[in-house]
Design a binder for this molecule. Structure first.
Ligand code: FES
Length: 478
């Protein structure tokens, strides 16, 4: 069997490796670099506790599905542990307790709900009033023996293991489409056509316009900083139970320098919340609670969020036989991407997988109907409302340096960015996915689509799908 894997993050590379270990010839096609997308931008906490996720899944899918999900997460961590030892991967792999904590009294109830759901799902959690965290908390729940690591080092080493025995990894190879058939055909931006018996789409937001994933998947952005600290941070991973989300983990670099990684400030992609202040709020939290020497790095990332809170791993459409998806990892891709890889590899090999029905992309949950309606209302509001909104400027002359504006252009509007050298970059605002209008992201200088999260650079090139085609370049209106 030949298998084409679209996407070179943790889900794609582990899928490829498991298929190779089953005897398949595998080709991985990655838009940029291996682990250069969401995988390389995460805090890389592999945990079955997952903030308050288990309570949410129990509410929407019941106790049995929650137990299956929790078990799949634990098994994913054990699989990564085996890979690390079998391939002797130097990736800072550490088994540590993971905590969900209440920043204040408003989050205490969520801690209790999560602890109860986790216990019912078979996890050996403990609720603590006192924690090793460097600040007082109102409540907390702990799960021992989870893992943190350097995701880039882990996934790039696994990619090297994939290569060989007629298996290949292709970087800088964006995929435009995949046609299911016997064989399936994958078309790349360079015009290559790759034939394979099975295709697995392992992009965090499902890439292809079928399966109607865009009607039930939101895209969110979140922000991270990495700060050098004078005193080593207590070895622990932790995340708050609600807003404002403050997630952090310790890290020691190869020179023995201690760091702390702090994340949070998430919002829907394309919303007005994409402002540089997001980083400042994280930095303030880090300086309040850790002995910060300086903040050296800041970055952001994007996640595909199925509205019913479970990831997608299985057949791409209900009728697909050779086309599969492993995506929608809900910010917990270190476990969900690996659990999804095991499910898809088992489906391709014709094996049973106990979690397949729970992760089935075509599951139904009546309790998730209001969530789906809310997501569609958001898209509908932007489809129409953004077209009626007035332009922010009547000429490109009104756009200040290092800023962008929506500029009137006859009866239409154009997105104009003026760079630090006074050069103008103008693009059509019409997203090439399904036609919503993109918004300016001031935190990262990109044009982001509020409907399903496609992102484009200042010249319209695709930074993140589901769109695969660039925004049209336009003349700056004067
Ligand atoms: Fe779907 Fe833009 S991402 S319309």
């Amino acid at each position: 069997m030949d298998v084409a894997v679209v996407g070179g993050g943790i889900s794609g590379i582990v899928t490829a490796l498991l298929c190779k270990r089953d005897g398949a010839r595998v080709a991985v096609l990655e838009r940029g670099q291996i682990a250069g997308g969401a995988t390389g931008f995460t805090t890389a906490k592999a945990s079955a506790l997952q903030q308050t996720k288990l309570a949410e899944i129990e509410r929407l899918h019941g106790a049995e599905a929650t137990a299956i999900y929790a078990r799949a997460s634990l098994e994913a961590i054990e699989l990564l542990d085996r890979f690390v030892h079998e391939y002797e991967i130097d990736c800072g792999w550490e088994r540590l307790p993971d905590w969900t904590y209440a920043l204040d009294d408003t989050q205490v109830e969520a801690i209790g709900e999560q602890a109860r759901a986790a216990r019912a799902a078979g996890l050996d959690v403990v609720e603590h009033a006192a924690t090793p965290l460097p600040f007082p908390v109102s409540a907390a729940v702990r799960l021992r023996h989870q893992a943190q690591f350097n995701p880039v080092r882990l996934v790039r080493t696994l990619a090297q293991v994939v290569v060989g025995d007629d298996c290949q990894v292709f970087e800088r190879t964006p995929v435009l489409d995949a046609e299911e058939g016997s064989p399936c055909t994958v078309t790349t931006e360079q015009g290559h056509r790759v034939s394979a018996g099975a295709v697995v789409v392992c992009t965090n937001y499902p890439l292809l316009d079928r399966g109607l994933f865009f009607t039930r998947t939101e895209a969110t952005r979140s922000y991270l900083i990495a700060a050098r600290v004078y005193d080593p941070v207590e070895q622990a991973m932790a995340i708050s139970a609600g807003a404002p989300v403050r997630s952090f983990r310790s890290y020691t670099d190869p020179d023995g320098q201690p760091w702390v990684l702090v994340g949070g400030e998430g919002h829907t992609t394309g919303s007005e919340d994409a402002q540089p202040e997001r980083y400042e709020l994280l930095e303030r939290f880090a300086r309040e609670h850790f002995d910060v020497a300086r903040v050296d790095y800041r970055w952001s990332t994007q996640d595909g969020m199925p509205v019913d809170r479970l990831p997608y791993a299985g057949r791409y459409t209900a009728r697909s036989r050779h086309l599969f998806v492993n995506g929608g990892h809900q910010k917990w891709g270190m476990t969900n991407g690996v659990a999804g890889a095991r499910i898809v590899a088992d489906l391709i090999a014709g094996r049973e997988n106990a979690a397949a029905a729970t992760f089935d992309p075509h599951r139904h949950s009546l309790r998730a109907v209001p969530e789906r309606a809310k997501a569609q209302a958001w898209v509908g509001a932007h489809m129409l409302g953004d077209r009626l909104a007035p332009a922010q400027a009547s000429s490109a002359d009104d756009v200040p340096a290092a800023e962008a504006r929506v500029v009137r252009d006859g009866f239409g509007k154009v997105g104009v960015y003026r760079d630090e050298h006074e050069r103008l970059h103008a693009v059509s605002l019409r997203c090439t996915h399904l036609g919503c209008l993109v918004h300016w992201n001031a935190a990262e200088r990109s044009w982001d689509c509020p409907c399903h999260g496609s992102r484009f650079d200042i010249d319209g090139q695709v930074l993140a799908g589901p769109a695969t085609a660039p925004l049209q370049r336009r003349e700056p209106p004067t």
